[in-house]
Structure formats: C-alpha cells, structure tokens
Write a protein that binds this ligand. Structure first.
Ligand code: AMP
Length: 433
C-alpha cells in the first residue's frame, strides 16, 4: 500500500515524501480514505501509530478542497481539540509540516500563553485551530472566536481529555459548532465512556482500530524490577550510569515527586530535568528541548505533562512509580518503540505497588517479565490483600494497602560497586558526565 493509493493530493504526497515516509501506517491506511470520503470516524489508535498524520493529512486535503482563499479574514473551518499544550504544539507542527505546500493557516490556542496575543492572532483569521479545551472556552466566553464555520472537528486523545476532566468543556464547545460538520474521534482506549461520548458527537461513524485494544506497542521490550521503595532511586541511577543510557524518560506519580527525583538524580551526577503541570510553559518547553537535544539525559515527568510527547526513537522509559490507572501504563510505554524503533520500558515496582502491577497485567492479559540481576535483592510482588479502606475517623480518607513482602532487602555486594567495578557510594556516575 502506498500513500498515492490513499487518494491524497500531490501537495500532501510531496510533503509526506519530504518526511521520508514511504509506506502509510495501518491507521493511516484505514482512516485516510474514510475521512477523505467525508465520513465520521471513531478511531482506536495510540500514540506511536502515526495517528496524527492519519487525521492531519485528510483534514488538510478536505479543507483545501473547500477553501475560499479570497476570504479576509479567513474563517476557522478545522478544529483539533487535544488534552495538553505539548500535544497541541506537536499536532500544530505536524499540520504545518504536512501542509507546507498548501495555503492554509493554523493557530494554536492553549493555556499558559498570552491570551491577548492569541486574541490578536485570531483577529487576523486562520483556517485551522489546534486547542486545549480550557483556553478555547476562555476565548469563546470572551467572544474572541467564532466556531460557526467549522467543517471538520478532531478530538485527539479523547480518552485522556476525559481523564483530565474536560468533558464539560467539550460539551460546551460542541454547542458552538455547526451540526452538519464532519467529526473524527481518536482515542488510545475504547472503553465504554469513549463509546458513549462518540455516540453523542459522531454521525454514523466508521469504526477503525489498529493494534489490539489495550495492546502495548510490539517493539517495546518490557520488564519489571521488584525493588524496595527505599532503593528505587539508587537502582535508577545505577541503571542509567552503568548502561550509559543517553536518553531516558522517567514517569513519577506526583509533581513533588518529579522535582525531588530530578534533584536526586542531579546529585548522583546525572543530567536531569523535570516536566509537570506546575512548571511554566517556558520551563516545560526548555526541559523538553534540553531532553530532545541531549543536554539532559533524564526527563522526569508526570503522566499529564508527558502525554503526547513525541521524541523520536526514545530508547528508554522507566516507570519509577506505577500509574494509578492501569491504562496509563500503555500510554507511558507508547513513548518508546515508536515508528519502527526499538525501545525498552522498565518498571521499578515496590511491594506497596504490587496491586497496581496486578491491575496492569490483568489489563494486558499477560505477565510482564521480572528481572532480578541488578545487584539488588529482588522483593516479592505477590499481592495478599486487595487495598482495604480504614474505618472512617481513624486516619480517615487514607487507604491501607497490605502486601506480601515488607522485608527490607539487602543490597548485594555487586550493587555497592560503581560502573567501573569500584566499591563506592556513588556507583551511578558514568565517567563522561
Ligand atoms: P503519532 O502516532 O502520530 O504520534 O506518530 C508517531 C511517529 O510516527 C511520528 O514521529 C511520525 O513522524 C511518525 N510517522 C507517522 N507516519 C509515518 C509513516 N507513514 N512512516 C514513518 N513514520 C511515520
């Protein structure tokens, strides 16, 4: 199957060829002809499958076909809603890349950037808006934007938008859109709530799905280290240093945890940065930039901040904390093994997280291989009890998680050695840093 046979215009084929793409990915094969035919689509595709080009290419073609290029100012006819600023920047980049031979203009509307500047740009007009729901709603409320001419709506990573609580904003935004539009809904998971949302937004959609639901990317090799909580940071530094990893994305559960781990890694001699929701847009962009260009080795991120990051050929992803929501595991490790490159996803799991691992493996319907040759005594990850709530009044609101193994493991002699085999406290520091 070639891009030509999908019915794309010469301008788009040229842009795709410039990118070096020779063959469309499965989601592109399935989605592009359906979208070009003007049909609504419900697409199950996770990041890394080429889904962005899957909707951007036909979006650009449809909007070019119907364009009145004499209009001043231009009217917004395409709207892409995404959960995060980072994903908005990425989708914008894709649209700009694939549309470089077309006369369409695109604008990004996200929080954390000047609303006055955005308003000024909106007054000049554009054809496509890529937006996060919150900031778009601000512009709607201030009557800075008109969505009455939207011909094509894309909801990208719809499952994540729901996870982030954007459903009310999405519903309000929909009320401003014309009924006779074309709508595309992309989601990594196809759980009931997505189907319900799809039923209210889409008109006789064609359903397409690539990679089995809740399947992890094939090229990612995964493993679990059973490790006592207190040794996680040491083990992480050791793995980065002894393997001389050059680029590793590390997931943690909390913003505070991200800041703390960043500092600890820096103390261990590893160039690290963090990415989370409390950082300014400028700080986030800088951290990502440093990571992409190799100025930092380790990027410590929370789920929400990391969602949608596209770093080409990311070799290592580490789950420093397991996610509370099992589906997030799939999103996280989708950062690696993208577009044909190999990757490794490692999870450092302590006994307190055994029940989270159990939930992930239940979702995946398989066991993730355990690895124990790290120089650290492996700990048991068997769950004895399901999480149990404490009676109200006593430590009220907190959960009591009871697990099989609470013994503190002994670090073995091997682990006391540095990367060159010397016995040292700072065994994680690679020579080059
Ligand atoms: P996405 O799933 O949209 O985040 O895309 C993941 C990565 O795949 C991006 O880096 C794209 O540039 C790349 N990509 C998209 N389509 C193709 C293709 N047909 N051939 C090779 N790489 C692609």
């Amino acid at each position: 199957m070639s891009f030509v046979s999908l019915g794309l215009s010469d301008a788009l084929l040229k842009a795709v060829a410039d990118q070096g793409y020779t063959t469309p990915t499965p989601i592109q094969v399935k989605a592009i002809p359906v979208i070009l035919a003007g049909k609504d689509i419900l697409a199950g595709a996770q990041t890394g499958t080429g889904k962005t080009a899957g909707f951007s290419l036909p979006l650009l073609q449809r909007l070019t076909e119907n364009a009145d290029l004499t209009l001043r100012p231009r009217k917004i006819r395409g709207l892409v809603l995404v959960p995060t600023r980072e994903l908005a920047a990425q989708v914008y980049e894709s649209i700009a890349t694939y549309g470089k031979y077309l006369p369409l203009q695109t604008q990004v509307i996200v929080g954390g950037a000047s609303i006055t500047m955005q308003t000024r740009q909106l007054r000049h007009g554009c054809d496509i808006v890529v937006a996060t729901p919150g900031r778009l709603m601000d512009h709607i409320n201030q009557k800075n934007i008109s969505l009455g001419n939207i011909e094509l709506l894309v909801l990208d990573e719809a499952d994540r938008m729901l996870d982030m609580g954007f459903l009310p904003e999405i519903r309000r935004i929909l009320a401003y859109l014309p009924k006779n539009r074309q709508s595309l809904l992309f989601s990594a998971t196809m759980l009931g709530v997505i189907k319900t949302l799809a039923a209210t937004i889409l008109n006789h959609p064609i359903e397409v799905e690539v990679a089995k639901q809740n399947a992890t990317a094939d090229l990612v090799s995964e493993c679990v280290y059973g490790i006592n909580k207190d040794y996680k940071r040491e083990l992480l530094s050791f793995l980065i240093g002894s393997n001389n990893w050059q680029q590793v994305l590390i997931f943690v559960r909390t913003k505070h945890g991200a800041d703390r781990l960043e500092k600890q890694l820096i103390k261990d001699g590893i160039r690290a940065a963090s990415l989370h929701g409390d950082k300014t847009q400028g700080a986030r962009t800088k951290a990502l930039d440093y990571f992409k260009t190799g100025k930092v080795t380790a990027l410590v991120a929370t789920d929400i901040a990391a969602r949608g990051l596209d770093i080409e050929e990311l070799p290592h992803v580490v789950n420093y904390d397991l996610p509370q929501v099992a589906e997030d595991y799939i999103h996280r490790i989708g950062r690696t093994g993208r577009a044909g490159s190999n990757g490794a996803a490692l999870s450092l799991v302590c006994p307190e997280e055994a029940y989270l691992l159990e939930a992930i493996e239940k979702l995946l319907k398989r066991q993730i291989p355990r690895i124990s040759d790290t120089g650290y005594e492996p700990v048991s990850l068997r769950v004895i009890d399901a999480p149990k709530k404490i009676a109200p009044g006593k430590n009220s609101g907190k959960k009591d998680y009871r697990h099989a193994d609470k013994k503190t493991p002994q670090r073995s002699n091997e682990a006391n050695k540095d990367t060159r085999g010397n016995r040292s406290k700072k065994y994680a520091k690679p020579a080059s840093r």
